[in-house]
Design a protein around this ligand. Structure first.
Ligand code: GLC
Length: 476
C-alpha cells in the first residue's frame, strides 16, 4: 500500500505545523544561524570516530551466486547488480540465507563501544531495497518477512551502550516496481537499459513509498542522530530525483537536531561531483547537507572549513563476502583514524556482518586493537581539531586549545623530535599520554621551532602520543 501523493502532502503540512508549535531546535525550514549550526554539529565534530555497518540480504549471499564466486574484491552489497538478477529471483535466493541470531545487535554495539566509536551508522535499506524495519508501506522488509523489527533491535542495543544512532538509507532502489531506473544513465540497476517489466513506471509513486519509509524511520525509533543518504548521480539528483529538499524537510520536522550528509545531491555546491578523490570539492553549501563524504580515501589536506567524514572498509567490500581476504592491518586502520582526525575529519569505519548478524573475526580483532590504542590515547582524538602547523615527517598532529598531540608513527633514532612551532610565555612542557612511567621528555626552543628529546623506546609501535602544552605562536 503506497501513501498517495495527496496524503503525503497532508503529512508534510501536518508535520510542519507540529514543528512550528512544538519541537525545540531547528524547525525544518528555519534559517539556521552559524551558532545554531555549530551547536547542532557539536557532538559529531567531537566524536571523530564512528562505526559503519552494511547488513542486508546481500550479507547472506556473501559474494556467492548460484554456487559461483561473484568476486574477490569490491562491494558485494552490489551483488544483485553484478549478477543482473531481477528482484524476485534475487529475493528467492537471498531471503533463506538471511537469518539474524537473537542478540546480534548487542554484539555490534559492544564492539563499537570497545573500539571507542561514539556513533554507529547502519543500513536501514541498501540499494537492494530490502528494509530492516517493520513498515506499513512495504512488505519487502524484515518486519514482514522475519516478523522482527531489526532497526528497533539495533537502536535499542546502541542506546544501551550510550552510542549515537545513524541511519544509512539508500534512495536508489532495485526492488520497487515504480522506481524509474532508466531516468539516469549513471545510477546502477540490475535491469538498467531494459524496458520496465510492467511497461511504464511512475517515479512519483516510488517517492511516496520512499517518503513513507523515511517517515516511519524518523517517527518510530526515538532520537535519530544522523541520516546517511546514498546516493545521487550528476544526471539524476536533488529535487528532481528525490524531492530532496522536501525529504530533508520531512526528516527535520521529526528530528530537528539531526545531521545529514550531502548525498541527496551531486553538484560542486553540494561538495562532490564524483566518488574519486578529485571529485570532492572543498566547499559545501549546507542547504544540501551537513557534511561531505569522501569514500575509501582521505583528502590529502583535509577539507578546511567543511565538515567531512571519510568512510572506509576494513577489506574491500562494504557488505560481507566469503571471498574477500584483503584485510587492512590494525596499524593501517589506526593510522587512518589519526590521519583523518589530524586533517579535521571524522572516520567512519565499516564492518560487514554475515547473514546471521555475526561479525567476521578479522573485524572483531581490528576493532579490539583500535580500542586498546584508544583506551590510552582517545584524548588525542575526541574533541580535537586539525593540525594547525604544517605536515611533519614523523607522524601526525591533532590539537586542542593550548595542547598539541604529537602522534609519533616513526620513532627518531637520535631521540630528537622537531616540532614546527614556536612558543611564548611560560616554558612548554611535554609528556607521554600513556603516563610518566615511560620516561621524561625535555623541550627546548630552536631557530625553527621546538625540539623534544625523547627517551629510548616508543610506547606504542603503531603511534606513541606526546602531549605538548604551551602558548603556541601559530601565525600563518
Ligand atoms: C557507495 C556504494 C555503496 C556503499 C556506499 C558507502 O555508494 O555504492 O554500496 O554503501 O558507497 O559509502
Amino acid at each position: 500500500m503506497n501513501i498517495n501523493f495527496c496524503s503525503r502532502t497532508i503529512l508534510l503540512t501536518l508535520a510542519t505545523a507540529l514543528v512550528t508549535l512544538a519541537a525545540p531546535g531547528r524547525a525544518e525550514d528555519a534559517v539556521e544561524t552559524p551558532a545554531q549550526h555549530d551547536a547542532r554539529m557539536g557532538w559529531w565534530r567531537d566524536a571523530r570516530f564512528g562505526m559503519f555497518v552494511h547488513w542486508g540480504l546481500y550479507s547472506g549471499l556473501a559474494g556467492t551466486w548460484q554456487g559461483k564466486t561473484v568476486g574477490t574484491s569490491g562491494g558485494m552489497e552490489w551483488l544483485e547488480d553484478y549478477v543482473k538478477a531481477d528482484t524476485d529471483t534475487y529475493a528467492k535466493a537471498a531471503i533463506p540465507l538471511f537469518k539474524p541470531k537473537p542478540d546480534f545487535a548487542k554484539d555490534w554495539a559492544a564492539l563499537a563501544k570497545t573500539a571507542g566509536c561514539r556513533y554507529v551508522v547502519f543500513t536501514t535499506k541498501h540499494h537492494e531495497g530490502f528494509a530492516l524495519h517493520d513498515s506499513k508501506v512495504s512488505t519487502y522488509t524484515a518486519g514482514a518477512v522475519l516478523h522482527r523489527d531489526l532497526v528497533k533491535e539495533i537502536v535499542t542495543a546502541l542506546h544501551e551502550q550510550g552510542l549515537r544512532v545513524g541511519f544509512y538509507h539508500s534512495v536508489i532502489d532495485w526492488h520497487h516496481d515504480q522506481y524509474e531506473y532508466n531516468r539516469s544513465q549513471q545510477l546502477p540497476h540490475p535491469l538498467h537499459g531494459q524496458p520496465y517489466p510492467n511497461g511504464t513506471r511512475d517515479h512519483a509513486k516510488y517517492l511516496d513509498y520512499l517518503f513513507g519509509e523515511v517517515n516511519e524511520l524518523m517517527s518510530n525509533y526515538g532520537q535519530v542522530d544522523v541520516v546517511w543518504w546514498d546516493y545521487s548521480a550528476q544526471d539524476f539528483q536533488g529535487q528532481e530525483a528525490w524531492h530532496a529538499f522536501d525529504l530533508m524537510k520531512l526528516v527535520r520536522s521529526k528530528q530537528p537536531n539531526i545531521i545529514m550528509n550531502n548525498r541527496l545531491f551531486r553538484t560542486s555546491d553540494a561538495g562532490w561531483t564524483s566518488m574519486s578523490t578529485a571529485g570532492y570539492a572543498n566547499h559545501l553549501d549546507t542547504k544540501y547537507g551537513d557534511f561531505v563524504t569522501p569514500e575509501q580515501h582521505i583528502p590529502a589536506t583535509g577539507m578546511p572549513g567543511v565538515d567531512w567524514e571519510t568512510c572506509m572498509t576494513m577489506n574491500t567490500t562494504w557488505g560481507y563476502s566469503d571471498h574477500d581476504h584483503k584485510w587492512k592491518s590494525s596499524e593501517t586502520l589506526i593510522h587512518n583514524l589519526v590521519d583523518v582526525v589530524s586533517k579535521g575529519g571524522n572516520y567512519l569505519l565499516n564492518i560487514g556482518p554475515k547473514g546471521d548478524g555475526t561479525i567476521p573475526a578479522e573485524s572483531i580483532q581490528a576493532m579490539h586493537d583500535i580500542g586498546a590504542w584508544m583506551d590510552v590515547n582517545s584524548e588525542s582524538i575526541y574533541g580535537t581539531t586539525a593540525n594547525p602547523l604544517g605536515a611533519v615527517t614523523w607522524g601526525r598532529i591533532t590539537a586542542k586549545p593550548g595542547k598539541l598531540y604529537l602522534h609519533i608513527f616513526d620513532w627518531p633514532a637520535d631521540g630528537k623530535l622537531p616540532v614546527p612551532v614556536k612558543t611564548t610565555g611560560a616554558a612548554p612542557t611535554a609528556a607521554f599520554l600513556a603516563g610518566d612511567k615511560y620516561g621524561a621528555i625535555t623541550v627546548k626552543s630552536t631557530d625553527t621551532g621546538t625540539e623534544l628529546t625523547l627517551p629510548g623506546q616508543a610506547v606504542s609501535p603503531v603511534d606513541t602520543v606526546v602531549v605538548l602544552q604551551g602558548t603556541f605562536v601559530t601565525g600563518k
